[in-house]
Design a protein around this ligand. Structure first.
Ligand code: 9MJ
Length: 684
């Protein structure tokens, strides 16, 4: 590629500076960021890279030459006695290794450097000044040199001590840290905002910023904010310990809650392991983090290393993959679910976010689309955190193209053309076609053969789609009359695959009542409810004949679910399908004993299974534990009795260890099952 002319480099620089300044203004002054942090970081790093190649083009007003942006006019601006700097970033292990090497060279230090490892909380940096142990002032970071005085708001935060504990604190002490909103508090705040038809926050960071910028501190007081203290700024009247982690211990004695993930690493290799471990645990933490921070632990070494323009040399933030990115909404399609609900699905220009490439996101319903005010062609912020399906959290309105098209809901089902009707009290629309609708049929059949239902191995969504499209099957019962020839003729099948599918179908005929009930796909009857129904009624016919009052005696079954179950068994076409399935050989042990009649050695115990097991699948292990009365849950909490962890266990194991929950390996679980199997046999 030909080198760029200096004119075009200047044009690039000017464009980058304008964009960065605009984002800064939106972020700090308007409290209304228009792009995700990752986009900001990218532009900032681009500008830094160009300027470091051509230092003569650096001007004092370049955004790289100062720390942040201007403070909000509404609060009093106060100069920081000691600037609040930001952190340099690492994005890969190699960046960290290079950082460590730089420090060793500078310190002329041959051995390993000791680092303090901290999660990097995604909140608002704050400076808290204490005089004679009393909180006298709280400033935001602002541009790093001048912050805003938000003392009245910060005083409302319960984890900020108004008076320090003990009596061995410095006479003047500046504590620095991050104010953040825990995930649970954020979710509750947004739920309340949604219910009141108020503006919701894009993410916990944005909610924390908005809460701190209230001019009326009574509003701040109602927001679930917390403080994580991570360093000391000025301190007068008393020396501090010589290690960063010991300073944090002093802060703990003076009343600041320590972070639960703080660790010391004796080498950069241990820092890399810490980054990996926290990356795995990221989703199970109670608060959002966007990376981890490593700080040289020895304060003398910190002082020797000093600072570069915006950041200390002795610390680095190792970022995680961004959970929010920009992309464009290319189209909206309407998907018909198993029970006829029609959901808008966003088709996005593929974007790497939260560690995977995302090209679809749910748009939920009409209310959500109205709330986002999103149109086809818009630039949108997609968020993918943990295993949650990707969401569009906001629209970048100033990038809206002139021809952006409004999203129109169909009047007809896109799959069968039946009327699509609004359901009173629901924001969803629903296809009225029932089993005439091929989309509903396909979904119902996919559900019937899915892992937690009849578990037909090798019969995936694509194959079901072909079978329905070619009219080889209309209902789930038709699956069991498929022939080898019919299957073998399908594209990409062949005789061997056909035989495998037939063998899997045959094997699936022997099932359990709970699986069969779940497989029927009755609205609102999930796996747990199906199990409760099977345990309660013992026989399918008893369930089919139960009226709504009787149904409501079952755990988890309220009037709505009872009504859906009754509706299902009143319909003759459903009864016909059930009868045909039984004629074709689908069967289960006739009288399943209700769980309450069996010995329940693990009753009252909640178990979580994670990682890979060798002798059985997690589902099978769950069934065995449930048979002994245990409740099998998907996430770890203080109430978890024990977890079973196989190889590859990640955040759930970390969380269990952090909470002190008992951890069993597969052999321990086998021993437990064997022990109780023996007891059960004895009691028979
Ligand atoms: C956060 N955001 O959690 C620092 N930070 O240290 C931690 N930020 C920091 N440390 C010096 N844990 C400047 C910023």
């Amino acid at each position: 590629m030909a080198p760029k002319s200096s004119d075009s480099v200047i044009a690039d620089i000017n464009w980058l500076r304008d964009e960065i300044n605009r984002f800064n203004y939106q972020y700090y002054v308007l409290d209304d960021p228009s792009v995700p942090d990752a986009e900001y970081d990218r532009l900032f790093n681009q500008l830094k890279a160009i300027e470091s190649e051509q230092p003569s083009l650096i001007t004092p007003d370049s955004p790289t030459q100062r720390v942040g942006a201007m403070p909000l006019a509404a609060f009093k601006t106060v100069a920081h006695e000691k600037p609040m700097l930001s952190l340099d970033n690492a994005f890969a292990d190699d960046d960290l290794i290079a950082f460590d090497k730089r420090l060793k060279d500078r310190l002329e230090h041959a051995g390993d450097i000791e680092y303090a490892c901290e999660p990097k909380l995604d909140g608002i940096a704050i400076s808290l000044l204490y005089e004679d142990g009393l909180l006298v002032r709280a400033l935001t970071r602002g541009d790093g040199l001048n912050g805003e005085d938000i003392t009245a708001n910060v005083r409302t935060i319960k984890t900020v001590p108004l008076k320090l504990y003990g009596d061995d604190y410095p006479q003047r002490l500046e504590v620095r840290g991050e104010i953040f909103m825990p995930k649970a508090g954020f979710a509750a705040l947004n739920d309340a905002a949604r219910a009141a038809d108020e503006k919701i926050f894009v993410n916990p960071r944005n909610a924390a910023a908005g809460s701190l910028r209230q001019l009326d501190s009574r509003i701040t007081a109602k927001r679930p904010l917390q403080l994580c203290a991570y360093s000391v700024g000025i301190h007068e009247g008393q020396a501090l310990p010589a290690k960063h982690t010991d300073i944090l211990l002093s802060l703990k004695r003076w009343g600041f809650a320590p972070n639960d993930q703080l660790q010391v690493a004796s080498s950069i290799a241990q820092c890399i392991a810490y980054h990996q471990r926290l990356g795995d645990a990221r989703d199970s933490l109670d608060y959002d983090i966007d990376g981890v921070v490593f700080k040289v632990n020895n304060i003398n070494q910190q002082e020797e290393l000093g600072f570069v323009s915006r950041a200390p040399r002795w610390a680095i933030a190792y970022k995680f993959p961004a959970q929010e990115e920009l992309t464009t909404l290319e189209a909206v399609e309407f998907q018909v679910g198993r029970t006829g609900s029609i959901t808008p699905v966003a088709r996005l220009a593929p974007v790497f976010v939260g560690g995977v490439t995302v090209s679809n996101a749910t748009l939920h319903n009409r209310d959500e689309i109205a709330r986002l005010d999103v149109r086809v062609g818009d630039t949108v912020i997609v968020r993918r955190a943990g295993d949650v399906i990707p969401q569009i959290v906001a629209v970048v309105k100033d990038r809206r193209p002139v021809d952006a098209a409004e999203i129109i809901f169909p009047a007809q089902c896109p799959a069968c053309g039946s009327p699509a009707t609004e359901v009173p009290g629901e924001a969803a629309i629903r296809c009225e076609g029932g089993l005439i609708c091929p989309a509903q049929r396909k979904e119902a059949i996919c559900h019937f053969v899915s892992r937690k239902a009849l578990d037909v191995d090798g019969l995936g969504d694509k194959l079901v789609e072909q079978l329905v499209d070619k009219s080889l099957i209309t209902t789930v019962a038709d699956l069991f009359t498929l022939t080898r020839e019919q299957l073998a003729e399908l594209p990409r099948m062949g005789e061997k695959s056909a035989d495998n599918v037939l063998a899997a179908l045959n094997a699936s005929k022997q099932t359990s009542l709970a699986r069969f009930i779940y497989a029927l796909g009755i609205r609102e009857v999930g796996e747990a409810t199906a199990r409760n129904l099977a345990g309660h009624f013992g026989q399918l016919d008893a369930l089919a004949q139960a009226d709504e009052e009787v149904l409501q005696q079952v755990d988890d079954v309220g009037p709505v679910v009872a009504h859906f179950i009754r509706d299902f068994f009143i319909a003759q076409e459903n009864i016909d399908i059930v009868n045909r399935l039984r004629e074709l050989g689908v069967h289960w042990p006739e009288q399943e004993i209700s769980a309450s009649d069996k010995p329940q050695p693990l009753a009252e115990q909640t178990v979580v299974i994670t990682g890979t097991l060798e002798s059985m699948s997690r589902d099978q292990a769950g069934e065995k534990l449930r048979a002994l009365g245990a409740k099998v849950a998907g996430s770890v909490s203080k109430k978890t009795s024990f977890i079973v962890a196989g190889p590859g266990a990640g955040s759930k194991l970390t969380k269990a260890e952090a909470l002190g929950v008992k951890v069993l390996n597969e052999a321990d679980m086998q021993a437990l099952l064997a022990e109780h199997a023996a007891t059960n046999n004895n009691s028979d």
